[in-house]
Write a protein that binds this ligand. Structure first.
Ligand SMILES: O=C(O)C(=O)[C@@H](O)CO
Ligand SMILES: [Mg+2]
Length: 249
């Protein structure tokens, strides 16, 4: 089986954020991700990870405000200064939290100018933080209307244009199914560019088991290829988090 990671923005929400680290460790996870860890003291979160023996795999850029905020600026022409300021703020948190990867969100935009802006901003970010692994993730527009990066061909084109060793693909199987209808086929075409995987069932975005995506096949494929990254459960538990964890066993 692959190495599984708990997305603490989606899982263990029965508890306050600071208590979710221990709950994840007690449930058998060795790694966690927190999408927007900007509303709690970074050192407290880091302490939780150390005390519970957890690897911190992923956080997102930019930091939205407490009420949510836009899903990124990296592909929005005219907001390059905003992107750079947010990226620097993310790096300040990352210095403490030490995430394996930072997911750089594109934002709501469309067209060639947006793609060129995305490429330029990512080139800047990759050079600005050369030791930090960065990712981009195709997200389906049913769940995130208007999101710029919503297909794998565009992601591959952007990765090629940026051509930075520290920028890779984040492959979310739930989005892949909504975008292409074929998770294993999409992985066959683009998985060699991926450093991080996220999973959820389809269509409900609940546990990665029993829906339209055959995770037995997908996980076997990851194992057969020797995929060495983490596979993160990024889903809304159908009942309680603990009651739904059979999928990882
Ligand atoms: O929506 C997803 O899927 C993600 O992985 C997030 O990074 C977006 O918030
Ligand atoms: Mg995802």
């Amino acid at each position: 089986m692959p190495k599984f990671c708990a997305n603490l923005t989606w899982l263990f929400r029965e508890r306050p954020l600071m208590d979710r680290f221990r709950a994840a460790a007690e449930a058998g996870f060795e790694a966690v991700e927190v999408l927007f860890p900007y509303d709690a003291p970074a050192q407290d979160m880091r302490d939780q990870m150390i005390w519970n023996g957890l690897t911190f795999v992923l956080m997102n850029c930019p930091p939205p405000n407490a009420t949510g905020g836009p899903q990124g600026f990296a592909a929005i022409p005219g907001l390059e200064d905003r992107f750079r300021r947010d990226f620097d703020r993310t790096l300040r948190f990352a210095q403490v939290l030490k995430p394996r990867h930072i997911h750089v969100m594109a934002g709501v935009a469309e067209g060639a100018e947006a793609e060129a802006t995305f490429v330029q901003n990512l080139k800047w970010a990759a050079a600005h933080a050369p030791k930090q692994s960065l990712t981009i993730e195709p997200i389906n527009r049913h769940d995130m209307p208007g999101y710029f990066l919503a297909d794998y061909d565009t992601a591959a084109r952007v990765l090629d244009a940026v051509a930075a060793p520290n920028l890779s693909l984040q492959f979310d199987a739930y989005h892949a199914h909504r975008i292409t209808g074929d998770v294993v086929g999409s992985w066959a075409a683009y998985g060699d560019r991926a450093v991080h995987v996220q999973v959820a069932g389809f269509p409900g975005r609940h546990e990665p088991a029993g829906g339209e995506i055959d995770y037995t096949i997908f996980f076997a494929r990851l194992d057969a290829e020797g995929y060495g990254g983490w596979v993160s459960g990024e889903y809304a538990p159908a009942t309680s988090t603990e009651a739904g964890l059979d999928w990882m066993r």
